[in-house]
Write a protein that binds this ligand. Sequence first.
Ligand code: ZN
Length: 237
Amino acid sequence: MFSTIDRSIVYEVGTDITENDINIVSDLWTMEDRQVYRGARDPNYTHANVYWLYDPDSLDRVGLSEHKLDDPSDVALLWYKENPFNTLLQEDGWVEGESFWSKVPSHVYEQCLAEGWTTPAAVAERCLRGSTRVVTVDTLIAKPKVYSCAKCKTKSFTKSACSTESTLDFPEKEKVWFIDERMVVYTPPAGSSVWSITQPQSPSDPSSQPEVQTVPVQPVESVDESPHSSPPETHPQ
Ligand SMILES: [Zn+2]
């Protein structure tokens, strides 16, 4: 769950009682019509005063209250929701759909299976060769670095000697697939804030290919010849 105060802070989602809250005695609180126990201030966070909230019956952690440091009465309540995207963005309306595998052509499915590309990370890496992107909540939390080499025609999440580093680019909305760890595809609600994360700065130009423009010139580390001798070629797509 993204903090509402500092977007660089992402709260982990776990249902167990935090170490900090074991043996804490809490009153029963009503917050947004939900009854909860509230833990002690979580000392792991200093950007806000953060208190985890617990279901009174199961004692599962169900959310948190986030209080501004300079105005403790300014509170945001964040709840675990029914799917990871609803929870991360604190949005309702993300719809769980079919499996990714049932939506791709059968030859793609068979190739992925044969190559062992069965996890979100492996499929995301394979997608780097084209313009489709599979996006998990982890992708949204921290856009991964992409290492590319135009001459070797490689693009990977793993660094190699001749690669240049860039940040993962995103294509137009239609080519972005939001998936969970089980490869289930989710559809965002209209007006979702996710597009502020996954769209290029100039959404008016969906044909732009940011990865071409943002790959920096290879820093000169020596005056040696490049390890490549092949002539320039078009960018692999
Ligand atoms: Zn190379």
